[in-house]
Design a protein around this ligand. Sequence first.
Ligand code: ATP
Ligand code: MG
Length: 299
Amino acid sequence: MTPVRDRLRVAIQKNGRLSEPARALLASCGLSWRESPDKLFCYGESAPVDLLLVRDDDIPGLIASGLCDLGVVGRNVLGEQMSDLRAANRDASVSELRALGFGGCKLSIAVPNDWTWTGPAMLSGKRLATSYPALLRDWLDANNVQADIVELSGSVEIAPRLGQADAICDLVSSGATLAANQLKPVEDILQSEAVLAGPVRDFDPALAGIAEMLLRRLDGVMKIRDSKLLMFQASRAALADVLPLLPDAEPPTMYPIGEDGMFAMQALCHGVVTWQRLEELKRAGARGLMVLPVERMLA
Ligand code: ATP
Ligand code: MG
């Protein structure tokens, strides 16, 4: 039996697209670490939260086996591995706890440029190359298409040119790689981004409190990521024109100030507060407008 741990262990990618943003996000939750000489393990200094640096493909398995408690991984990788388990009639034991807003990409079907795309039925009887066979199989089944899946671990986009496949299912962000291989995306089968993955089962009691603390901080960071505190003054009469210009704001705090019917207002806006928006607010009757950065928030 594995010994009970009293420190939370979070798996993140060692080298790759998600490594830096994952670390930066955890650091913005107030965590800091001391790195081991082999750079595979980081000991949490400011909180009992350690990092394990691994290949992204290993992250769901590490959580499923209980060797790690949480992980930052692409929805594409987590989805593929969980779908694969379900296809084998096994329980998907790891789930997405939070979407993290970075590492965005799409898992798409791409076909040669000279195909005139009429819909998924066109793929019947065709060979599709992919590194995501389980997700592709789910999509083909949902669309009632019978096609052959050619599983490749990399360089999927050259498979049609090599005659290995007729079309592909691969990750796309800008589409430049597809274009360079005379392919065009025609159907998106998954919108992916980095997610915080965790066990479906409850956390061990010794770790539940630490995990809750981390999730609470993460929610605070995510919530204010693009947020600004908007402060201004307005008369009661102007509020009917001013408030509709703040559709992305939390209900504002308002308190009466000296002059009759005037209020000092503060509103947390979750969208971008541009100069143009400030000018519109001013025209609607707001004055003394000020936009302040928000550093931390605890709901
Ligand atoms: P590892 O060595 O850890 O296995 P990898 O080569 O599998 O690394 P990366 O290429 O670093 O992984 O990609 C990690 C994740 O980044 C992907 O699984 C995906 O969620 C996301 N991602 C975002 N944009 C892209 C893109 N254009 N191509 C591939 N992955 C992308
Ligand atoms: Mg990988």
